[in-house]
Design a binder for this molecule. Structure first.
Ligand code: NAG
Ligand code: NAG
Ligand code: NAG
Ligand code: NAG
Ligand code: NAG
Ligand code: NAG
Ligand code: NAG
Ligand code: NAG
Ligand code: NAG
Ligand code: NAG
Length: 462
């Protein structure tokens, strides 16, 4: 697709011509009938829009032009933008619908470290303000709103937020506005993110918000373990989200399921629900493998975490809420945790704090109930359980079964400390606190699998 050429109504002939012109490796099957679902009819390389992959030239205009141009193909089989091997420096850019961002082997998209390249955008309605600072926030690096059918994939190329400058300014309290996220999709559905690596986000890494049908698979997220707020994947007020086979090392929670903040989240009222997290490997020495909250004002329900591994991580599946937060966390199912070097195997924090402003309703109490954990093996553990509900608003319906926690040499004498929680346990070692002491059965896990996104990920090579 030569730059500047006007777009014609395109048919298969044009698609084949585009493929030939771009000398792309695999355009076989460009005909609609033989195309696998998700493989795009139109393909262009970012170099065709003038991008230079030397790590120095700023390519913001090239990415914007490429996406604008390819968005014209949305209704005609969609388009893929191929980012070849090289280092492609750019400011933030938006995606479009029926679109694949394909990062080839050795491709690295580098985020500009010049704040002038990051325009301000509105805060999220369910948060009411930026999270670091009140008011608007810096753009997210790669973003999209109201999209459908978006794929970010390739041969494990990298999206690099080059976040160090942001972390330094954040620590020095020099930022007037909230840091951007590496990838944020709003009000979008049918999203696939697979076989890509996200590194050094200024703040959270992947942030699907108000989205449905999101598959995140075979994704690596890397950030220094002391970098501020570099959460791995944060499904926020989103439904039908599947996170499988991901590897995350981060300075904050590997995964945090959220749904808005205090009165803003209560008003927006959109839960995160029907979420599957399987075969995650997490390293996060100062945070959780999976956090539910702390922003949970729209509610969190039906989260199923299965066969997950944490190494040198503070806690495993942690519930966080707050007085003034409202909302709920319920129907949570965790089965199969393999944990190595943990401060707390179980940690719940009723009143986490952190409010957007002074207008939170002190009577907005969270409802936390129906939290099931089973089949947990942990070793080198400092403390088995630190379980704090909320005074006069206990966390209830907690079920913990089949747990072996082997203690670290310097483990705490008191292994379980429980306040304002109620529940049952069975086959748990070390012996649980009296609040959870009632003898239960093996905890529940739903039989039927959730149907999320396409049954198979598209296999396309561009
Ligand atoms: C991306 O789209 C949003 C609207 O959805 C807009 O506010 C923002 O300016 C766009 N960003 C860029 C870099 O074009
Ligand atoms: C996206 O959809 C939301 C919810 O339907 C709507 O409020 C918003 O205006 C839309 N945004 C854009 C940029 O179209
Ligand atoms: C993922 O990327 C690796 C490394 O380049 C590649 O060998 C593999 O085929 C890719 N997997 C998929 C499913 O595309
Ligand atoms: C992708 O690249 C990351 C970072 O280089 C690496 O840690 C990971 O193992 C790679 N994944 C695959 C599937 O090759
Ligand atoms: C397990 O979760 C279910 C669904 O939320 C809940 O009804 C039940 O109370 C929990 N199990 C126990 C024994 O508390
Ligand atoms: C709440 O009010 C106090 C005193 O008016 C002020 O110092 C503080 O910054 C406010 N907090 C927030 C989060 O707005
Ligand atoms: C108990 O959990 C372990 C994993 O920690 C698992 O291998 C074992 O099969 C479970 N036992 C039962 C009876 O489910
Ligand atoms: C056990 O955990 C401690 C920290 O509590 C750590 O220093 C030590 O290396 C861990 N030991 C093993 C064998 O992983
Ligand atoms: C147990 O937890 C409560 C708060 O939930 C705390 O006040 C108390 O100090 C803890 N006890 C120990 C021995 O850590
Ligand atoms: C989500 O994916 C499922 C399975 O492919 C599909 O049946 C459903 O219509 C999708 N939902 C939306 C909102 O696209």
């Amino acid at each position: 697709m030569a730059t500047g050429r006007s777009l014609r109504p395109a048919g298969v002939a044009v698609a084949v011509a585009l493929c030939a012109a771009a000398l792309l490796a695999s355009c076989a099957g460009a005909g609609a009938s033989s195309r696998a679902a998700g493989c795009r009819k139109h393909v262009a390389k970012v170099t065709e829009y003038g991008a230079v992959g030397d790590g120095k030239r700023l390519n913001t205009a090239a990415f914007a032009k490429a996406v604008a141009d390819l968005s014209e193909r949305a209704r005609d089989g969609g388009a893929a933008l191929v980012v070849p091997k090289g280092k492609w420096l750019t400011g933030p850019f938006n995606l479009t619908s029926h679109f694949t961002l394909y990062l080839d082997e050795g491709a690295e998209i580098l985020a500009s470290q010049d704040m002038k390249d990051w325009p301000l955008i509105a805060p999220l309605p369910s948060y009411g303000r930026g999270r670091d600072e009140p008011g608007p926030r810096y753009s997210n690096f790669i973003a999209g709103s109201n999209l459908t059918d978006v794929i970010i994939t390739g041969k494990n190329g990298t999206i690099n937020g080059q976040g160090q400058v942001w972390w330094d300014k954040y620590h020095a309290k020099e930022l007037k506005f909230t840091r951007g996220y590496l990838l944020e999709l709003l009000y979008s559905d049918n999203i696939i993110i697979s076989n890509v690596t996200f590194v050094d986000s200024p703040s959270w890494n992947l942030h699907p918000t108000y989205c449905t049908n999101v598959t995140i698979s075979g994704v690596t997220v890397l950030a220094p373990v002391h970098s501020p707020n570099t959460d791995g994947i944060d499904p926020d007020s989103s439904s039908h989200v599947k996170i499988e086979d991901c590897y995350i090392v981060s300075g904050d929670d590997c995964i945090a399921v959220k749904s808005g903040w205090d009165e803003y989240g209560i008003k927006f009222n959109m839960p995160s629900q029907h979420i599957v997290i399987k075969r995650l490997t997490c390293i996060s020495p100062t945070s959780a493998m999976i956090a539910l909250g702390s922003e949970m004002s729209g509610g969190i329900r039906d989260v199923r975490a299965e066969d997950n591994v944490a190494i040198n991580t503070e806690s495993a599946v942690r519930v966080k809420s707050g007085v003034g937060r409202g909302g709920f966390v319920k129907d949570i199912f965790v089965r199969g945790l393999s944990l190595h070097t943990m401060k707390w195997v179980f940690w719940m924090t009723g009143n986490y704090g952190q409010h957007p402003d002074n207008s939170s309703d002190p009577n907005a109490m969270p409802e936390v109930t129906g939290i099931n954990y089973s089949d947990v093996f942990a070793e080198n553990v400092t403390m088995a359980g630190r379980m704090e509900g909320i005074p006069n608003d206990p966390y209830t319906g907690i079920c913990i079964s089949n747990v072996t926690a082997r203690l670290a040499p310097d483990a705490k004498k008191l292994q379980w400390n429980c306040t304002d929680v109620k529940g049952v346990t069975s086959d748990v070692d070390p012996k649980p606190c009296p609040e959870l002491g009632a003898e239960g059965k093996p905890c529940a896990f739903p039989e039927e699998e959730l149907v999320i996104g396409p049954p198979e990920l598209p296999k396309c090579s561009y």
